[in-house]
Design a protein around this ligand. Structure first.
Ligand code: ADP
Ligand code: ZN
Ligand code: ZN
Length: 705
């Protein structure tokens, strides 16, 4: 339960998680609770998950509880859903004809309005028609109308089947097989991985699984990536089920969040859809957890409480003894390894509803060929042919801005951020240099600060440059750019997509915002400007992530009646990994990567924890990291020795926002040993006086190094 407690001179909201009959602190030093906020306990399942999360991720329980509660509950708002008044006619009101109201003409009109709405009308709906509160109260005093308080999310209808809004599709054979397997395990922990290319009908399987779950009076929790919770996704669920579907994402107000949370906790909402943090939503009658695009990076929180929502979904399902379904076209190596080991059921959808097989990747080599805005002649020719045929083209470039660098042609100077070890990105709209790591902006220089030359040139291409080149090459075709800059204005993204869905030939230039989830039925050609970002990166997951992105982008091509083509520009068309992906697909590459990870002793075959240290002075971060490493090594030497400690080393981008970053890696083949070692390290750091000058954190199962 939540309570108010004195804290210094303030009073804050606290949560009682345990009661004891005695304390090591003397009674005189203990302060009494000032008030109790709740009269019933907060949900059990939520508290259980928070305790697990705090322990597993080595994070303070208080902060875990705090972060996973809706803001209004943190602030002490009662556990009550917001309500609104709904007005309807009383029996007397139904009997009396409007004329009898004599001179009260507006009251008579209001009475007629309500007569048209037997279920009643909300106050807002009435006042928006020009009626006033006074008129409402006038009728109420005469006993003709009455108000009822209703929660904003209405209660579930008893027999939802009779109200099934949109009929389910009849499943193809693979979908039916998958669904039958899922039906076998509705009443127990039953982890399944549903692998199917984009457009193969995964969402349809989710919908029919949910139908089975809610018909048993249970709830479904559906997690989607940040970028995937679009109005269309929600519409698809809301059209299918006439039961409340609540959505939890960053775009809702604090009040809406509280309502949704309470509706889930009380089972008034049988379906809850949300992004990462929705995994902490309490459920009165949990029935299934579905994680769509389970490989997506947005499921991992990268600061503060560094949890992974997909991993918590598995833990939570096991705790509730319910099924959990992970869906993806390109599953994470973690989930594939679980499936290979037989711990998850592996279900496949290989056919697309449109009958076109997914487009193959065609590699085209950039070496020695002149480029225009990043594009070479074969790609430009293919774009021209596609537009002439009346179709749409998607040009994918995972860099916003005009160019990723600005250089002096005279002396080789490069514009760099003063606060980070990073180059500044050149933007034209508006013209400025921006650091994509700290968001600092600088005006464009007139001349090179080193040698004074005015010959400053952009290096490489970003979305703005590709847009400019394409507009010049194809002056009669509209070019739509989609990236974080062009979609800052609310609705800009949706408006552009609506325009594109009308089907006129056009060019789309965009970053990964375009790659995920959106249905673009008229795109038949995808051009990837540069596939090389992940090939030689230092992060061991870079190749996995960049190939997932490539396959996702490729999945945009040819979803409707036309087959698609995907052209991938690269400087390394003979790279073995890239060839494997292009010639044999994601599964083949994933199997190869798993073998490499096994040989190298990397996840998912070993477990990692990363201790990060940062401070304004490099020496402070390094000194503490060194001390922590040697203390830990001593500790490990005296224990069973199944944990390795690597480092400390400077982080890949050592200086960010004028702070120096150093990291220390722990690794073990045994999760429990890694847990012990990281708990020991956290305790050591907490009790170390030097540690106060340095900001440190522990990242369990880090996704990026
Ligand atoms: P995914 O989630 O795998 O991308 P969807 O479930 O969105 O796939 O399906 C892609 C398209 O195919 C949608 O337009 C959907 O309505 C349609 N579809 C899915 N399953 C069927 C089916 N069994 N019969 C006909 N159309 C289907
Ligand atoms: Zn210069
Ligand atoms: Zn910077």
């Amino acid at each position: 339960m939540r309570v108010r407690v004195p804290f210094g001179r303030r009073e804050v909201v606290g949560i009682i998680v345990e009661c004891r009959t005695h304390s090591e602190i003397s009674l005189a030093d203990l302060k009494p609770i000032s008030a109790c906020i709740d009269n019933s306990p907060l949900p059990d399942d939520w508290l259980w998950l928070c305790r697990f999360t705090a322990r597993y991720y080595q994070h303070a329980l208080g902060d875990t509880l705090h972060q996973s509660l809706p803001v209004l509950l943190r602030q002490g708002r009662p556990l009550e859903a917001r309500t609104r008044e709904r007005w309807r006619l009383t029996e007397r009101g139904q009997a009396i004809p409007g004329e009898q109201l004599g001179r009260a003409r507006r009251q008579a009109e209001l009475l007629e309005q309500l007569r048209l709405h037997p279920r009643g009308l909300a106050t807002g709906a009435i006042t928006s028609q020009g009626f006033s509160r006074v008129q409402l109260e006038g009728l109420a005093e005469k006993g003709l109308i009455e108000a009822e308080q209703e929660t904003l999310i209405e209660s579930p209808v008893a027999d939802y089947r009779s109200l099934l809004a949109e009929p389910a599709l009849s499943l193809n054979r693979e979908q039916a097989t998958a669904l039958a397997t899922l039906h076998e395990g509705l009443d127990r922990y039953h982890p399944c991985l549903l692998q199917g290319v984009t457009g193969s009908g995964k969402t349809e399987v989710y919908l029919q699984l949910i139908e089975a779950v809610i018909s048993r009076g249970r709830q479904a929790l559906v997690l989607v990536p940040e970028i995937g919770l679009t109005p269309q996704t929600l519409m698809r669920f809301r059209k299918r089920f006439r039961v409340p579907v609540v959505a939890l994402h960053s775009g809702i107000s604090d009040g809406e969040r509280l309502d949704a949370w309470l509706a889930a906790a009380s089972s008034r909402a049988p379906i809850v859809i949300g992004t990462r943090s929705a995994i902490f939503t309490p459920l009165a009658k949990p029935g299934v957890i579905i994680v769509d695009e389970e490989h997506d990076g947005s499921y991992k929180q990268q600061d503060g409480l560094r949890y992974h929502a997909r991993d918590l979904a598995i833990i939570r399902a096991r705790h509730h003894d319910i099924p959990v379904l992970l869906g993806s076209a390109t599953p994470s190596l973690e989930s594939l390894a679980q499936a290979q080991a037989g711990r998850y059921r592996h279900l496949h959808l290989t056919r697309r509803a449109s009958h076109h097989p997914p487009a193959r990747l065609e590699l085209i080599d950039l070496r020695g060929r002149p480029r225009q805005g990043g594009l070479i002649a074969p790609a430009i020719d293919a774009i021209r042919q596609t537009l002439t045929a009346g179709h749409q083209v998607l040009v994918f470039i995972n860099r916003r801005g005009f160019a990723p660098a600005l250089a002096c042609h005279e002396c080789g100077w490069l514009a760099e951020c003063d606060h980070c070890d990073a180059r500044l990105t050149l933007h034209r709209q508006p013209p400025q240099l921006t650091c994509h790591h700290c968001e600092r902006q600088r005006p464009l220089p007139d001349a090179c600060p080193e040698c004074g030359s005015a010959d400053l040139r952009p290096l490489g291409a970003g979305t703005e440059r590709a847009e400019e080149t394409l507009a010049a090459l194809f002056p009669d075709t509209p070019v739509h750019r989609i990236d974080r800059d062009s979609t800052r204005r609310k609705d800009a993204f949706e408006n552009t997509l609506a325009e594109v869905r009308r089907g006129e030939p056009c060019l789309l230039v965009g970053t990964q915002m375009l790659a995920k989830g959106h249905h673009l039925p008229h795109v038949t050609l995808v051009v990837v400007i540069n596939a090389d970002a992940g090939l030689y990166a230092s992060d061991f997951r870079a190749l996995e992530h960049s190939s997932q992105l490539l396959i996702q982008v490729a999945g945009r091509a040819g979803r409707a009646e036309h087959p698609g083509r995907v052209l991938v520009q690269t400087l390394h068309s003979d790279d073995p990994h890239l060839r494997l992906l292009a010639e044999h697909g994601y599964d083949a590459l994933a199997r190869q990567l798993l073998e490499e990870r096994r040989a190298a002793g990397l996840p998912p075959f070993r477990f990692l924890a990363l201790a990060r240290f940062e401070s304004p002075r490099e020496i402070d971060a390094m000194t503490l990291a060194d001390a922590a490493a040697s203390a830990l090594r001593d500790q490990l030497a005296s224990s069973s020795g199944q944990v390795q400690c690597l480092g400390p080393v400077p982080a890949p981008m050592e200086r960010r926002q004028n702070r120096y970053h150093v990291q220390l890696m722990l690794s073990s083949a045994l999760r429990s040993k890694l847990h012990e070692a990281s708990a020991w390290l956290a305790a050591w750091l907490e009790s170390n006086r030097e540690a106060r000058r340095v900001r440190w954190s522990l990242d369990i199962d880090p996704q990026t190094l």
